[in-house]
Design a protein around this ligand. Structure first.
Ligand code: FAD
Length: 398
């Protein structure tokens, strides 16, 4: 690694974890983080479910499976050391209908291959011992699944970067990246910055920032709004930890769950509705450039043809709280539409290949000294410290 500064585009949890790892491995090298918003963790990192996943769902051997498993262990240590919130409230993945048992069996096999610590299959009676107000016929219980505050974790990574002599530049959008032999030049407004290596962790803008550098038009980011419902304080105690449905393997990111937050709030969500603005959090927000970006991508229409029925169901749930809660109430029948109000919103960066397939695994490219994190969906916040190790290993080897 040369002595020139290393640039990071993106002050979300992934960019900051990579920046921190670089300062640990190369103490003499200056890390410069460029973040376009006026605070860190403004997008996915600050608007997610706050769940530290234990690796139940991910294809064994995939980057997600490997980095989530290691990332959880590293994150737990980091939070304990730094006195950051970390509460092992545990997760139940609940089957409410006999038709789901085959999928629950398959999920258990995956979770066992991924060596999810303490995993147990439980029956209806044991479900009630763990979550007295949940209903189901069988479940997987993961006691090591935890909750945290990922924005606070990201800020702690940033303070480590600064303590090691690095720089965090807020309100500094990278508008152009020029890569030439031996040098990388970033344009931010009227200024230019020269760095020796660059890592792009731009989340919802990953394709726009990376494609001109790595020359890969695919995958493109399609934004999906994830809307939460807050449970009224009177009913919060009905949920002790995390209650999830058995996922449909075709849509692993779908299925609203009951989530206890470290703040004490308990919510239900998130759904997944096609967004009209990558970074617009109100339902009325529309950014034509964002809509045009996916509407002109052949993969989008292929995905739409395959999944339109599910899309309509999600929109119906978004428009009507009654419809939203109809599905969720199957897991905790005492919490219905009258017990919730609209809560926060997060927008997922869903990477979509040209052939219409949803990119499931983390995807990281490398060209000419630039590493581009092209797909870092959930559980990337859980995995952040392990993603950082993986990225820095690759930079070291090249
Ligand atoms: C609704 C929802 C629920 C989720 N739940 C969980 C969960 O419970 N557990 C979990 O592990 N994961 C969860 N995730 C996933 C997790 O939040 C993300 O995987 C993770 O936050 C990605 O981090 P990131 O740094 O890649 O992206 P981001 O947090 O989006 O950060 C990217 C940053 O890049 C900046 N940027 C973009 N372009 C530029 C530019 N040109 N110049 C400068 N800066 C730029 C942006 O402003 C942004 O701050 C969830 C995500 C969502 C949306």
């Amino acid at each position: 690694m040369s002595d020139s500064p290393i640039g990071i585009v993106g002050g979300g949890i992934v960019g900051l974890a990579v920046g921190r790892e670089l300062t640990l491995r190369y103490p003499g090298v200056e890390v410069q983080v460029f973040e376009k918003e006026d605070e860190l963790a403004s997008h996915q990192t600050g608007n997610n479910s706050g769940v530290v996943h234990a690796g139940i769902y991910y294809q064994p051997g995939s980057l997600k499976a490997q980095l989530c498993t290691r990332g959880r262990v590293l994150l737990r240590e980091f939070c304990l050391e730094r006195d950051l919130p970390y509460d092992e409230v545990g997760k139940l993945v609940v089957a409410v209908d006999p038709s789901e048992m085959g999928r629950l069996d398959a999920l258990e096999r995956t979770a066992r291959e991924n060596q999810v610590p303490g995993l147990r299959r439980v029956d209806g009676r044991e479900i009630n011992e763990i979550e007295p107000h949940a209903e189901g016929i069988a479940a997987l219980h993961s006691p090591a699944t935890a909750i945290t505050d990922f924005a606070a974790v990201a800020r702690a990574y940033a303070s480590d970067i600064e303590a090691a002599g690095g720089t965090i530049r807020l309100s500094t959008e990278v508008t152009r990246i020029n890569v030439s032999a031996g040098s990388i030049e970033l344009t931010t407004g009227a200024a230019t910055h020269r760095v020796g290596r660059l890592v792009i962790c731009a989340g919802l803008q990953a394709d726009r920032v990376s494609a001109p550098v790595d020359g890969e038009p695919s995958p493109r980011i399609v934004p999906f709004r994830g809307e939460y419902m807050d449970i009224s304080p009177a009913k919060r105690d009905l949920v002790r930890g995390l209650i999830y449905p058995v996922p449909d393997p075709r849509y692993p990111f779908l299925g609203v769950h009951f989530t206890r937050r470290v703040s004490g709030v308990v919510d239900v969500g998130p759904n997944a509705v096609l967004a009209l603005d990558r970074e617009g959090y109100r339902r009325s927000d529309v950014r034509l450039a964002d809509v045009a970006n996916y509407a002109t991508w052949p993969g989008f229409w292929r995905m739409a043809r395959t999944h339109w029925r599910t899309g309509i169901k999600e929109v119906r749930g978004s428009l009507s709280i009654r419809s939203y809660m109809q599905e969720a109430s199957r897991y905790v029948p005492e919490i219905g539409a009258a017990d919730v109000e609209r809560g926060g919103v997060g927008i997922r960066a869903q990477a979509l290949d040209r052939d219409g397939s949803l990119v499931d695994d983390f995807r990281i490219n490398e060209t000419n000294g630039v590493v581009s994190v092209r797909n870092a969906p959930s559980p990337a916040a859980t995995s952040s410290l392990a993603i950082a190790e993986h990225v820095v290993d690759r930079m070291t080897q090249s």
